[in-house]
Design a protein around this ligand. Structure first.
Ligand code: UDP
Ligand code: MG
Length: 327
């Protein structure tokens, strides 16, 4: 059974925003005039998020609750929601109302009018984000464009509209928790964008501490580019050239009848090269770990409950692989 629109909302300890979220989202969706479902994915919250959602559901039958067994990360929660959604169109949106739900009708209209498969929400103004967040986000998009190529839309986070066809293609991919903001553009579907001003978090705190941001950046780089592996080659070439230069220098000095005293320089060179080698080995190890996790094929998340389907375990998704990379 399909429905018109699914709105997937990953939620982790978002009890503070539940009432505001419902108050802002519901009028927008009711006003669309098409059947819809809101797929709230409770990503193993330890606060009252699930309970509050359950209360809201009593008066809002379109609200559907999916509970994950444990906290699996933002991208894994998104994956769970995408896999379970039934809409001809699927919007993914953060729970904290930093991305205004009022933009959804505009996205839908644009996709329908122009026959698009993907509409990105692009943040035209991030002045409500902290300077640190703005700076790191800018650096992230610059790095990704450099590593992956020009087709990464800048400042397009996880607020977007996807057609059913796009969602089905994403579901069929054998990836572990993919980084959707890079994967979706890489698929090459016809896309457009709608810009909006990023608002302040409606309530509660960010669920993306620095640790998770670094994990997301590293996952993005390693999932989409083998360029970090080439660092080893370049460092090797550099060390070789330095060695050649020192050799020439040593011979010239020797021909002039002196010997360079060199305990310190020798030690520094040995330590430097050992460090470089260990770093390169570590890089290689990161990629091997990715292969290992993919081969293990463990699911990225486990669905404990789905208000639509009393026995969610039976419909567990086979394609999902391995532990959540964005932990
Ligand atoms: N989130 C989640 N699981 C997590 C961390 C975050 O489902 O482990 C959700 C969170 O509830 C929110 C969205 O992901 O709906 C984005 O998180 P947040 O707004 O904290 O990130 P920020 O906007 O600060 O980057
Ligand atoms: Mg946010």
């Amino acid at each position: 059974m399909t429905t018109g629109l699914s709105v997937v909302v990953p939620m982790y300890n978002e009890e503070a925003v539940v009432p505001t979220l419902v108050a802002r989202l519901r009028p927008v969706l009711d006003g669309l005039g098409i059947p819809y479902e809101v797929v709230a994915v409770d990503d193993g919250s330890t606060d009252r998020t699930a309970e509050l959602l359950g209360v809201q559901r009593r008066s809002w039958p379109e609200l559907r609750l999916i509970g994950l067994r444990r906290n699996s990360g933002h991208q894994a929660a998104l994956t769970a929601g995408l896999h379970r959604s039934r809409g001809d169109w699927v919007v993914t949106i953060d729970a904290d109302l930093q991305d205004p739900p009022e933009t959804i009708p505009e996205m839908l209209a644009l996709a329908r009018d122009r026959g698009l498969d993907v509409v990105y929400g692009v943040r035209s103004d991030r002045s409500t984000d902290t300077p640190f967040k703005r700076y790191t986000a800018g650096a992230y998009y610059r790095m990704m464009r450099r590593l992956i190529g020009g087709d990464v839309p800048s400042q397009a986070g996880d607020f977007r509209l996807l057609s059913r066809e796009t969602v089905d293609v994403l579901r069929a991919l054998p990836e572990r928790t993919p980084v959707y903001r890079l994967l979706v553009p890489a698929l090459g579907f016809a896309s457009g964008s709608v810009s909006y001003v990023r608002e302040q978090r409606a309530a509660g705190d960010t669920k993306y501490p620095l640790r998770r941001m670094v994990a997301l950046a590293w996952d993005s780089a390693a999932d989409f580019s083998a360029a970090p592996l080439r660092i080893a080659t370049w460092l090797g070439a550099l060390a070789f050239l330095a060695c050649l230069a020192l050799m020439v220098f040593g011979i010239v000095v020797w021909a002039n009848g002196t010997v360079i005293p060199g305990w310190t320089s020798l030690f520094l060179a040995v330590l430097l090269l050992a460090a470089v080698q260990l770093i390169c080995l570590g890089l290689l190890g990161e990629y091997v770990a990715r292969i290992y996790r993919t081969v293990q094929s463990r699911p990225a998340f486990h669905i404990a409950a789905d208000s639509l389907d009393p026995e969610p375990g039976l419909a567990e998704i086979p394609q999902q692989r391995s532990a959540a990379s964005v932990r």
